[in-house]
Design a protein around this ligand. Sequence first.
Ligand code: ATP
Length: 381
Amino acid sequence: MNQRQTANTPRPTPFLQIDRLRKKFGDFVALDNVSLDVFEGEFVCFLGPSGCGKTTFLRAIAGLDIQTAGTVHQAGKDISALPPSERDFGIVFQSYALFPNLTVAKNIAFGLENQKLSKPDISKRVTELLELVNLPDQGAKYPAQLSGGEQQRVALTRALATSPGLLLLDEPLSALDAKVRTHLRHEMKALQRRLGVTTIMVTHDQEEALTLADRIVVMNHGVIEQVGTPTEIYRQPGTLFVADFIGAMNQVAGRVASSDCVAVGEITLATRPHNLYLDEPVVVTIRPEDIVPHGAGARSPGVPDSGDHAENTLAAVVEDMEFLGSFWRVSLKNNALGNAALTADMSINAVRRMTIAIGEPFTVELPAERLVVFPRNDDNV
Ligand code: ATP
């Protein structure tokens, strides 16, 4: 569901309707019947590993690579067979793709000149746009005289110059260094909100997708694995692939013992309810930050009893500790878990309060509501 909707508001008509899009390169299927609705004003990120089909999907929406089958409707119009020049979008690529022999102002004016606007109108619009992206005095410069971040802002401005209905961004930040990338990410999001332009961005950077997107489309091997808000994708991954791809995730192999229990090594863990078959091979997952530290040896004083989840309390041994600035990443081993290693993220305060040292025993709880179970196949644990 669109983030801006509530349960009682009627579902709006999608601005972009993609229906069973398929793209083959020879015998290779790069996109396999993908369908997606994008709503007006949304910021959607296509996220996935290299080669999963993100760029192919974006290029099909732009008409740069026409699909083998399927349809694309934009603002109610079937654009499936239209060339890019007859579609309503602006696009920014990873390589800034500015014209090196034209000034910044001329680069931005390019699309406007094609729209046959008068010279004073073009000049006014270019000035407005340069102010919008905080480059008010850079119009007379050539692209080579700008930093990478500034060039990408110009590319963004050029893409927005004609006020397109759709903004397409193909890894626009990945050529920039980390600091510029983070800064520009915020600027881009603010600009997108201000203009309200429907935006689709391709990225393989999960942090970028989690911070920018209203909804994330997670892709793998040419199919959509899951569509959801950043919180849904992180907190309720629909598949083991999504669970593993987004954020850090502990994975322990086991077998289904009941509808909310999994046998792992010598113990049985209470888990979130699932619909898997008795004795089915599964993977139990938990995020490192969801492991609750109870302290050295037995449960520490002051830590409330975990009640229903006491069966998920494990006496582990600290194998390693890594200081990551705002928290500690602690590697734990527990023989009863079939020797599976667990990684727990603990706050600086928790580590300060508890006696914790490499080689020493340490008790942790794996809260049942945080243990999500997925079917196990040959590709995973
Ligand atoms: P990356 O993050 O590495 O850019 P991606 O998810 O954007 O990856 P695509 O560029 O969409 O992936 O490519 C998907 C698959 O299609 C890849 O296996 C790629 O090799 C293949 N592919 C893409 N374009 C072509 C082409 N023109 N001819 C043949 N195969 C192609």
